[in-house]
Each structure stands twice: as C-alpha cells, then as structure tokens.
Design a protein around this ligand. Structure first.
Ligand SMILES: [Zn+2]
Length: 111
C-alpha cells in the first residue's frame, strides 16, 4: 500500500497525507482539500463504494470548518442513500429469483 504524500505550503517539507492536519516540521495547521475536484471524488466514493464514504465523512466533519462539514454531511447522505438502494436492489433480485424458481417448479408440476 502506498502512502499519499503532500508538501507543506509553509516549509515545503514532504509529509504523509494521513497526518496532514498539521505539519510535523513547522507545526503549521492546514485544512484538507475542499476543491470541486476533491468533492467529486468524495461523492463518487460515497455513492459507489459506501463503506469508504464513511471514512471521508469522518475525515471532513472532523475538520471543523463549515465548508468541510457540508461536504461531510453530503457524503454521509450519499453513503446512506447508496446503502439503501443496494439493499432494495438485493431484495428485488431475491424476489425475482424466488418467482422464477416457483414458475419453473410449477412447470414441472411440483408446485
Ligand atoms: Zn511545514
């Protein structure tokens, strides 16, 4: 597994992104990205790989500023919607499978 690296905007030291709440070299605090590109990634992950969405939710809500919190809340909503849709689709396919089974058993005179 690779570790994402970023450069401190203050002292230009290279630091792991996981610890990017503040720079371990100069102590400067900084925020995680709230750019549109980053938001698209966060929302995409929330919708298509829901368990990872919760990781972003936690990370963004913890930031404390308003914009990050909004991103975290939207990601949370998308994650929940995605999970609900997955359960609903699963339910639908199980029901369809049951129906198909019953129909074929009926055809053989076993039902
Ligand atoms: Zn620094």
């Amino acid at each position: 597994m690779t570790t994402d690296l970023m450069t401190c905007p203050s002292c230009h030291a290279t630091i792991p992104l996981q610890e990017a709440r503040f720079c371990p070299y100069c102590g400067k605090m900084f925020k995680i990205s709230t750019s549109i590109g980053k938001q698209v990634v966060v929302y995409f992950v929330s919708l298509f790989i829901p368990p990872f969405g919760f990781w972003y939710v936690w990370k963004y809500i913890r930031q404390g500023d308003r914009k990050s919190k909004v991103i975290g809340i939207v990601a949370a909503i998308l994650t929940v919607i995605s999970i609900v849709i997955s359960i609903w689709l699963w339910d639908k396919s199980v029901a369809a499978l049951n129906q198909a089974m019953n129909a074929s058993l009926g055809g053989f005179g076993l039902y």
